[in-house]
Design a protein around this ligand. Structure first.
Ligand SMILES: Cc1cc2nc3c(=O)[nH]c(=O)nc-3n(C[C@H](O)[C@H](O)[C@H](O)COP(=O)(O)O)c2cc1C
Length: 201
């Protein structure tokens, strides 16, 4: 065993889905950030927890209006996830920069991301400080998924949910041929930096 410290401790619990969370200020201007630290915490009512650092613009917006949409995305939005996980909405319109198109939500003001595999519209019911992040406890008002990608389980052929392996290193779950059994493995996805690096070799 090796001792794991600092930022690598959380990576011990990866891979996990990385989602695009949309928020909106009182002025109605939407924002989007990439989030890996989400977890369901209740079935009935459905409640999630999202851990967001106070320095994020989205933290400010969540405190202001208490609404968000958790957009579960696939590999085709990986570049957008990278961009939305680096740039701040306090300085840039990340939807335009990442080429993200949106559709209005049903119960909340923040929009849904077009092409998302699932959208969970949420309202914050509580928040608390947890070290260098805040934990936002949010009730799911409605959750919808692409029926080609999800029934009661993700169909890995249609819905390649983007996974975070470590910071900006991503993966997807893929079926591996196995006699008689369905086996899944996490395949690494080359991000923009890795693709450019490979091209210049
Ligand atoms: C893969 C990935 C996952 C991330 N997960 C989180 C997270 O769980 N919580 C968080 O506060 N920031 C997370 N970030 C960082 C924010 O997305 C990033 O700081 C973003 O630029 C904040 O945008 P904002 O200032 O517009 O809110 C993540 C970034 C990446 C690339």
């Amino acid at each position: 065993m090796i001792e794991v410290r600092g930022r690598n401790v959380s990576a011990l619990l990866n891979p996990r889905p990385v989602v695009l969370v949309t928020t909106c200020g009182k002025d109605g201007i939407p924002n989007v950030l990439s989030v890996t630290w989400t977890t369901p915490v209740s079935h009935e009512p459905p409640i999630l927890a999202l851990s967001i650092a106070p320095i994020r613009h989205s933290h400010w917006l969540l405190n202001e209006t208490g609404e968000c949409v958790v957009n579960v995305v696939g590999q085709q939005l990986m570049d957008a996830v990278e961009l939305c996980g680096k740039a701040s909405g306090s300085r840039a319109n990340k939807f335009a920069a990442a080429g993200l198109k949106t559709t209005g939500s049903v119960y909340v003001q923040p929009p849904r991301i077009d092409g998302a595999l699932a959208c969970l519209e949420c309202r914050v019911i509580r928040s608390l400080i947890a070290g260098d992040h805040s934990l936002f406890i949010a009730q799911v008002l409605v959750a919808e998924a692409d029926d080609r990608a999800f029934s009661d389980v993700w169909n890995t052929e249609a819905g390649d949910v983007l996974l975070c392996r470590q910071r900006d290193r991503f993966g997807i779950c893929q079926k591996v041929p196995a006699q008689g059994n369905v086996r899944l493995s996490v395949n690494a996805c080359a991000n923009q930096k890795e693709r450019l690096g490979n091209r210049s070799r």
